[in-house]
Design a binder for this molecule. Structure first.
Ligand code: GDP
Length: 195
């Protein structure tokens, strides 16, 4: 897909701030620092559109990115970040649940998880939420450039088992450094968003 227009629309915390639900949305969920901003920037080849950071926990908002006025990426930071109070966490969790469970134009969920490590409790929680919402989802395994090729199978199997997946088909390796996986993931977007 040729991206000729990409723009950050709004950082929202409540449904009344969401843009009109007039184009499909692809949401990216995952804990902070997993590589969501880098994913967006690499997928659309714009270096600085989504703000990346080596410091975890920077945003607790839903960030809407317009792509070609055809669809949107929505950065949904994973809840469970430790350095906030319990009440803030509950509020944040509700914001994420509300978006995923109620957004009518949410067509596809990408669950981003760090390929180097086992899935976390939060990763499992996000997968359960996708199933509860009955939204198609794919698991994007980030930072694969950091894992040696001869270890890939072991990591795939670990994910398959820990997430109780029937096959490895839902797992998509990705690197924002090398661009690995980008074309396959565009195919998934095109299949679900422009069907
Ligand atoms: P976010 O908090 O989920 O938006 O994560 P960022 O996109 O800000 O990335 C967090 C950190 O991980 C940054 O230092 C990125 O440079 C790094 N990072 C993200 N994706 C990759 C990747 O595919 N490979 C490597 N080696 N580093 C990555």
């Amino acid at each position: 897909m040729h991206v000729h227009h990409a723009e950050m629309m709004i950082s929202a915390v409540s449904p009344k701030q969401y843009p009109a639900p007039d184009v499909p949305e692809v949401a990216l969920a995952g804990r902070s620092n997993v590589g969501k901003s880098s994913f967006i920037n690499r997928m659309i080849d714009r270096k600085g559109l989504a703000r990346t950071s080596s410091q975890p926990g920077k945003t607790q908002t839903l960030n809407f990115y317009d792509i070609n006025q055809e669809f949107r990426f929505v950065d949904v930071p994973g809840y469970g970040y430790a350095r906030v109070s319990k009440s803030q966490r509950v509020q944040f969790e509700q914001m994420v649940r509300q978006y995923v469970l109620q957004r009518e134009n949410l067509e596809l969920l990408f669950l981003l998880m760090d390929f180097r490590h086992e899935p976390t409790a939060l990763d499992k929680q996000m997968k359960d939420l996708a199933e509860e919402a009955d939204i198609p989802y794919a698991i994007i395994l980030t930072k694969v450039d950091k894992v040696k090729r001869n270890q890939w199978n072991r990591h795939f199997q670990l994910y398959e088992k820990a997430l109780d997946l029937p096959t490895v088909d839902a797992l998509f390796p990705f690197s924002s450094v090398t661009g690995e996986g980008k074309e396959d993931i565009w195919e998934v977007i095109e299949a679900y968003v422009f069907d």
